[in-house]
Design a protein around this ligand. Sequence first.
Ligand code: NAD
Length: 501
Amino acid sequence: MTDVLDAPAAVKPINHWISGAPYAGTSGRSGPVFNPATGQQSGAVDFATVEEVDRAVQAAKAAFPAWRALSIAKRAEILFAIRELVHEHREEIAKHLTAEHGKVLSDAMGEVTRGLEVIEFCCGIPHLLKGGMTEQASTGVDVYSIRQPLGVVAGITPFNFPAMVPMWMWAPAIACGNTFVLKPSEKDPSASVYTAQLLKEAGLPDGVFNVVHGDKVAVDAILEHRDVAAVSFVGSTPIAKYVYEIATANGKRCQALGGAKNHMIVLPDADIDMAADAAVSAAYGSAGERCMAVSLLVAVGDVADPLIDAIKARIPNVKVGNGMDASSEMGPLITREHRDKVASYLEDGGGDVLVDGRESCPDDGFFLAPSLIDGLEPGMRAYDDEIFGPVLGVTRVTTYDEAVRLVNENPYGNGTAIFTRDGGVARQFQFDVQAGMVGINVPIPVPVAYYSFGGWKASLFGDRHIYGPEGIDFFTRGKVVTSRWPDPATSTVDLGFPQTR
Ligand code: NAD
């Protein structure tokens, strides 16, 4: 298999993937792809025109009838083959992630593994698509429900999980019998093209999975395309809101997952070392570029000072460096602009900067070392904004009620966590808190593949969470069949409304 990692050119071209083959863009527009660890441009990704998006949609449309008609047993067989190939090539996928996103290789391997879990869930599609049946709902009448695919569906994905988030979408979509057009992030697009090659090798028919690269032109073309039945989006809140509004205005089903500001509450009875380990891991892992990263610690009562001391003691031990280096624990940020934006919160984001990551980062690339700000409060830029970088804020409150109020008054509601030894308070927190994913002594509570992932409030537009049972619902629509086989001799005209009794 040709691997774009092996391309000899210093700046490799990254093409679309349409009808089971690479498709070189014709727009004359492309975007730079960087190795964030060196700051060097490594690739140039094609930006699609409206016509090229249409070409991909038409390929998916042409593939739909046969894919939909394939027996569920055969679809499952292909999904098992996909699972095997993705598993076999997980390190190659991970290397693409590290090369273009910057996250350290072990973290990239973790990303692929969590995506694989969703593919594995989808291997059970025969079970997942089983409908319900009621015999003798009325005399001689049976009623049953079935779920059918929507047609051509699309996924639009963010830069921070270039393999896993697409897997959250395409695996359930194609398992349900849809055909798929992916518009990955233009910042780290290679993993998607590499995955497309694996899907083809696994026996997926051409046209069932297509990739178009690009910017707003490609996104808008998808949102307005009459042959696209549904759009699954993951990205920042302003774009999620835009995508949801335009997609639904164009008659499409849409789930649009947005940004986050995840609060981790630490109660006075928590184990300080455990809470500090969790906070450092969840705030600085993947350089804080996770929608489930902990970005705010809410320290209750007198826990703040010892907790901050424990975190400060750990920060110098976090090894920041090139993600390809096995000793690195935290890589760079995605682009120079993003790195500078994140660093600006240390300049004028509010609060007291206790650890300034600008003072200890590698010279090359887009690095910012772990940073810590104390004394943040609502209204301060570093409290209000999703920073999406290795900057952890601390907010001090005196009671549990104040802590929960902060979480509930925040416009986002993606994830949240509480650290405590008190089971009663933890259970009350689970009951009280307004967020879609809750951790109890678990800092990053990403649901396992057989539950569904999604936030509340400005973290999700739409009514279906992603993957798991809700992902199957999202990519199918229900049909209920009422049937009877009466003796024609008993047939009469009856203008009354059908009764069941
Ligand atoms: P982004 O919103 O900038 O981009 C997401 C996608 O939208 C990309 O494919 C991009 O090309 C496209 N896009 C960007 N600007 C657009 C525009 N003006 N019009 C149309 N399309 C546009 O997000 P990002 O920076 O790639 O990713 C980081 C964000 O994603 C963070 O806010 C993070 O919290 C969020 N995220 C959320 C989840 C979740 O599950 N809720 C998961 C991962 C990331």
